[in-house]
Ligand binder design. Structure first.
Ligand code: IVH
Length: 689
């Protein structure tokens, strides 16, 4: 390709790629498939390799980072980079004090009109000055001491959200100031990746941003996902300044720079207070951390009149929020048992004020997390309480681990089963799979922490089907200590029920009748009702069919259990552990004594059922059968019902208004049956198909 054509093509590619970058990173809108983007990018790289003279500093290929630097060169700021005065009074009075100060400086009287302010977020990262010359990013510098910063151009180029070239009519010189930061999701993702690679993780997003920008190896910097928002100006040449800060931000946005949408022009102290309150509510939903908001006098002319005191402008202030993170010490580590038996380690803390409340407990999520963070009694830790979320231990401050008194050393890494061999609530054994996932109490039928959940499941429609025993009633029965285990349901009398709040005599009688009716059931329903972990309805049916009677099931070991079709090691272990727990056996004995009955048979072993191994998907409304009826029919013959269509589906039974599942079945060539064909299949066995 002649050089002239190559130059033109390279220019087109540069603009095209940057346009997609801007759409993706700034506007959050994808304009091109990844593969197509990669193709454009590689074409540009190839052109630049063939014609090195075509390489420009604003080429998107330069974002990947150049050679490591020996040190950063100093950059003298033409316009000093100031800092802002911080208002630490987090109450509305903080905003009033600022407004009063501004009015006093401007010598305004009470009768004079309110002042307009530009209100925006206070981003928590690193301040950066971006210098664009004739629209092209020429230099990026840190703030340093405000007079002289460091040249971090190479690293800044790796930040995809920062345009290498401005759009539209760019002035001769435009210095844009703003904050480079790391979003929370990017921070979490980056750390997860690092952990998987066994590499060092970042302490918090702020350090992540500052560390990346001050990283001498741009290739390393480019691996760290950073963001940027513009909030002000440095030197400008050949540019007509807008009249207000608000319209200045609009102008920067038009030039292709990222400007945060959470901003407003508000009037007077009341406007500031309303903004502070609004952002306080939105704070937790933001994908990045802020520690406050910033108020700036909107009129640039008034800003000029107000001027500076030392390094701080009189026209701006940062109004803080209560900190979401604080330091405290761990006094003990114990556990909580959740509704489903999940056992969560909890750090008991020296009381600390964080996120607006005093916190004394923080979750450690699970044992794997507790160990990863290596939290020990005596440690100093960072606690985080964001909004109404449960406070959590973020990390240990290792430098503060008390080596001298050896407290933490003596405690060693925390181990759940060592500290809690049994459930602290009910004394049942704890189930703890090898892979360090969540530990659980196995006393499902007996454990007070799990009572409500266990009862609701026991009574549910596809389990014991006790109509009328819902959320509210279970709540009352458990809270008033009337019912402790499912067996207690069968000794309930009229008086116990009728005394409950909002319980009419008639409904009490109905519930007692429903409880009585539930005594006649099937073995499969009973097994399902026990709420054994990993035992759903289908597995309960398999177990019932295979063992034929409850005693055989209860005495089966893991090996015997695994002989049941579709029962693997995980399910087998859950079942064995459940029946090994004496507390559960007691409740089962009580239930049998209460008069529960079902047909018991001889073990069927693995006799093949006509539909064994066949998977069905039901979709749409069938003319006569309900979905549950169809499901029962399939399962009675040994088939399975799945929720979605895949290559493994044998039949799709489709009724009226069948939707995407039917389309998918057609696309995959899966046999489709209507209700009549379905019934024929069940009658005639699988052979006819
Ligand atoms: S304006 C003349 N606006 O806070 C005022 N600063 O001490 C110059 N910051 O290091 C700063 N968000 O990095 C301004 N919306 C915002 C800001 C903001 C965060 C940082 C900035 C600076 C510090 C101020």
């Amino acid at each position: 390709m002649p050089l002239r054509d190559a130059a033109a093509r390279a220019e087109t590619l540069r603009r095209e790629i940057e346009r997609h970058n801007h759409a993706y990173y700034v506007l959050d809108a994808r304009t091109i498939p990844d593969a197509e983007y990669d193709r454009l990018f590689r074409e540009l790289q190839a052109l630049e390799a063939a014609h090195p003279e075509l390489l420009t500093p604003d080429s998107p290929t330069q974002r990947v980072g150049g050679k490591p630097l020996p040190a950063f060169a100093p950059v003298r700021h033409v316009v000093p980079m100031l800092s802002i005065r911080t208002e630490t009074d987090t109450e509305p009075t903080g905003a009033r004090a600022f407004d009063a100060r501004v009015r006093r400086e401007l010598e305004l009287n009470e009768g004079d009109p309110a002042i307009d302010y530009a209100a925006e977020l206070k981003f928590d990262g690193l301040a950066i000055n971006l210098r664009y010359e004739n629209g092209v990013l020429a230099q990026a510098a840190t703030r340093g001491d405000g007079e002289t910063g460091e040249d971090v151009t190479q690293n800044i180029r790796t930040v995809r959200r920062i345009p290498l070239r401005l759009t539209g009519n760019a002035p001769q010189v435009l210095e844009v100031r703003g904050e480079v930061f790391m979003s929370r999701p990017d921070f979490e993702r980056y750390n997860e990746k690092q952990r998987a690679l066994g590499r060092a993780t970042l302490v918090n997003p702020r350090n992540g941003a500052a560390g990346s920008i001050r990283q001498l190896d741009p290739a390393m910097a480019s691996e760290r996902p950073l963001s940027f928002y513009a909030y002000g100006l440095g030197e400008t040449r050949g540019w007509t300044l807008p009249e207000t800060h608000g319209s200045l931000l609009d102008a920067l946005k038009t030039l292709g720079l990222p400007v945060c949408e959470h901003r407003a022009v508000v009037r007077g102290a009341d406007g500031l207070i309303a903004f502070h309150a609004r952002i306080s509510k939105a704070r937790d939903a933001l994908p990045f951390d802020i520690d406050g908001v910033v108020y700036k006098v909107n009129s640039l002319a008034l800003q000029q009149r107000l001027g500076f005191v030392t390094r701080e402008p009189r026209w701006a202030v940062a109004h803080k929020y209560p900190a979401e993170e604080a330091l405290t010490t761990v006094e003990a580590i114990d556990v909580q048992v959740g509704r489903t038996g999940a056992i969560t380690p909890v750090a008991r803390l020296a009381p600390v004020f964080v996120g607006g409340v005093t916190v004394t407990n923080a979750t450690l999520h699970n044992e794997a997390e507790a160990r990863r963070k290596d939290v020990r009694v005596g440690d100093t830790v960072i606690v985080r309480r964001a909004g109404d979320v449960v406070p959590e231990v973020v990390s240990v401050v290792m430098e503060r681990r008390p080596m001298k008194d050896l407290v933490a050393e003596l405690h060693g890494p925390w181990e759940l089963l060592k500290e809690y061999p049994v459930c602290p609530v009910c004394g049942s054994s704890i189930e703890k799979p090898e892979d360090m996932a969540i530990a659980r109490c196995t006393g499902g039928l007996f454990c007070p922490a799990q009572r409500k959940q266990a009862l609701l499941h026991f009574a549910s429609r596809r389990a014991m089907d006790i109509e009328g025993l819902g959320d509210k009633l279970v709540e009352q029965l458990v809270d008033n200590a009337i019912v402790k285990t499912p067996a207690d349901l069968y000794t309930l009398g009229m008086s116990a029920l009728a005394n409950l709040e909002r319980m009419a005599e008639k409904s009490a009688a109905n519930i007692l009748a429903a409880i009585e009716m539930s005594k006649t059931t099937t073995l499969a329903r009973f097994i399902f009702a026990l709420g054994i972990r990993n035992v759903g309805e289908a597995t309960a049916k398999d177990l019932a069919r295979h063992f034929g009677n409850l005693d055989a099931l209860m005495s089966a070991d893991v090996e015997r259990l695994q002989q049941v079709p579709d029962v693997g090691p995980v399910v087998a272990a859950s079942v064995a552990r459940f029946f090994a727990e004496p507390h559960n056996r007691t409740v089962i004995a009580e239930l049998r004594q209460a008069g529960l009955r079902w047909e018991e048979g001889e073990p069927q072993g693995t006799v093949a059922s006509p539909l064994a191994g066949k998977t069905f998907v039901l979709t749409g409304a069938l003319p006569t059968l309900t979905r549950d009826e169809a499901k029962d029919m399939i399962e009675a013959l040994g088939g399975k019902v799945a929720g979605s269509v895949s290559k493994k589906t044998d039949y799709v039974v489709a009724g009226a208004e069948a939707g995407s599942k039917l389309d998918k079945a057609q696309a995959l060539g899966v046999s489709i049956l209507d209700e009549i064909q379905f019934k024929e299949l069940l009658k005639g066995g699988v052979a006819s198909q």
